[in-house]
Design a protein around this ligand. Structure first.
Ligand SMILES: *Cc1c(COP(=O)(O)O)cnc(C)c1O
Length: 393
């Protein structure tokens, strides 16, 4: 079995590019050029240099001793929280802005829900001196004021999406409309392994630096390059795709994907896309998504804004469908407990998205000698208010 994208842009039955005809030239330009550009030695040198000097890579692989003792197995944390801007998202935006430059683009657009991807995009646009337009639902602009302020400080223009539910999917529609109207000078930076081919594969490749480093670091720590399990939380699926990438085709490495169960899988308030989802098309990709019986996309819910997405990238849909990935859903309550626990046991305050991945140990048992790598996708500073309210700190 091969879990990489095929020549037509599919992962098994998922993926592809289901886009309006007007968008075809833009996506086709990317599709025909992304491999050639990103595998050139010039691009690789630029990418590696920025990951090192600007993002702060390689990020440490940290053996969490007290957390391991508590759960009686060997747990390593891949510290993406130590990346510049506090999460893995910048690995992808650095890659895409370099690609945009190689394509001669002068203007960058993006959509954002919680604002994290908007900030990561505004950051690299400031770095390169490129114009940056971020579309964001009007409701999200109100809910995520600190990230809106960050984007503005970084020089981006934030445009409210005022249609529909005024959240992420409406912002995405606005970004697509912009791209159709500006086909030659604009690059659209998508923030996860979602969207039409080649985005899921392109973003996974940029994030694959995570598993590349894990392999080298595990040799130093354990004398072998493969863990027994690699664990990550899944919103759209980009940090997970990066953490799994170099292990996908090695059946000795167990892949564990953790989704947000919100207030419970059957509560109607969750974002457990793989478990609850049906085949459908979202953001130009055929994948599993949460929908009503007549095919309307349902609003997802999670206490963590970054997991609050109604679909999942086509790679993850394929991992779920084939059984290659073990999918676990974690409630708000269990995630919040795990976030507090890691803080107290290791002195690391995780993003609430990541806390979902940390929460699996209550129910999922591992052998004492198993090497389990968890991708610590982000730091908890942005979530402090949610932690304060939840625990009445
Ligand atoms: C955005 C985000 C996620 C979810 O996005 P993926 O594409 O699934 O990785 C997870 N963790 C953090 C810290 C995030 O900011």
């Amino acid at each position: 079995m091969n879990y990489n994208v095929d020549a037509k842009g599919y992962y098994g039955e998922f993926g592809g590019a289901y886009i309006p005809e007007m968008l075809y030239p833009n996506v086709e330009e990317l599709r025909t050029k992304y491999i050639e550009i990103t595998s050139s030695s010039k691009f690789k040198e630029e990418f590696d240099a920025l990951l090192k000097s600007y993002v702060g890579r390689p990020t440490p692989l940290y053996y969490a001793k007290r957390f391991s003792e508590k759960y009686n197995t060997k747990i390593y944390l891949k510290r993406e929280d130590l990346c510049h801007t506090g999460a893995h998202k910048v690995n992808n935006t650095i890659g895409q802005i370099l690609l945009a430059q190689h394509l001669g683009k002068k203007r960058i657009i993006a959509e954002t829900g919680a604002g994290q991807h908007g900030v990561a995009t505004a950051t690299v646009c400031a770095l390169m001196g490129l114009e940056c337009i971020v579309y964001m639902g009007e409701i999200d602009i109100k809910r995520q004021a600190p990230n809106v302020a960050r984007m503005k400080m970084l020089g981006a223009t934030v445009i409210p999406a005022t249609s529909g539910s005024m959240t992420l999917k409406d912002a995405t529609n606005e970004a697509i409309r912009d791209w159709i109207n500006n086909p030659t000078d604009t690059h659209y930076i998508i923030g996860s392994v979602v969207g039409p081919h080649p985005y899921p594969d392109m973003v996974a490749r940029f994030q694959s630096i995570i598993s590349e480093e894990i392999k080298q670091q595990l040799i130093e720590e354990e004398g072998r390059e493969n863990p027994d399990f690699v664990v990550a939380c899944v919103g759209g699926g980009s940090n997970a795709a990066g953490a799994y990438y170099h292990f996908l085709n090695n059946p000795d490495v167990g892949i564990i994907a953790v989704e947000a169960a919100g207030k419970g899988i059957d509560s109607g308030k969750s974002a457990a896309t793989s478990v609850l989802g049906k085949m459908g098309i979202i953001h130009g990709s055929k994948t599993l998504l949460m929908q009503t019986p007549d095919g309307q996309i349902t609003e997802p819910y999670s206490i963590s804004a970054g997991l609050d997405y109604p679909g999942v990238g086509p790679l993850h849909a394929h991992l779920f469908k084939t059984g290659r990935g073990e999918f676990i859903s974690i409630t708000d309550e269990a995630a919040m407990r795990a976030g507090l626990e890691l803080s107290k046991l290791e002195g690391i305050i995780p993003a609430i998205e990541t806390s979902h991945a940390l929460a699996i140990f209550e129910n999922r048992k591992f052998d004492k000698d198993d090497v389990v790598v968890i991708n610590l996708s982000g730091r908890g500073d942005k979530d402090l208010n949610t932690y304060i309210e939840y625990f009445e700190l």
